[in-house]
Design a protein. Structure first.
Length: 123
């Protein structure tokens, strides 16, 4: 029987943890974790996992969809309206890569540190 594990945190490497945490805070409304500092920042939610951002020297952002610097993982966020959410996130500093494999079902954006993330329609 596999161990019973509960996901408690997801941590993203980046060059500027405070800036990336600020982007995701504005995008999600999550609260800053009180232990955040210059080298590690985090966002928290009641009953949910912490999203952490850790400083990495010589950080190189993923190049999506190319794999010369692979994405390694991505986050999915369910939104009520893809167009509205995309517009708001682009205004906050996200970017939209040219390659969009999801059609009308999902959109791929990248955060200010270059990590790809998806916006999805409700299931």
């Amino acid at each position: 029987m596999p161990p019973q594990m509960k996901l408690t945190a997801i941590t993203l490497d980046c060059a500027d943890p405070e800036a990336l945490a600020a982007f995701y805070q504005r995008a999600t409304g999550l609260e800053p974790h009180p232990a955040s500092d210059r080298d590690f920042a985090a966002l928290t939610q009641q009953g949910g996992p912490v999203i952490g951002f850790q400083r990495v020297d010589d950080y190189r952002p993923p190049l999506w969809p190319a794999q010369t610097v692979p994405q390694q993982f991505h986050l999915d966020f369910e939104v009520d309206n893809l167009d509205d959410a995309e517009a708001e996130l682009l205004e906050l500093g996200a970017a939209k890569p040219e390659g969009q494999p999801g059609g009308a079902r999902w959109r791929v954006l990248t955060d200010p540190a270059g990590h790809p993330f998806c916006l999805t329609r409700p299931r």
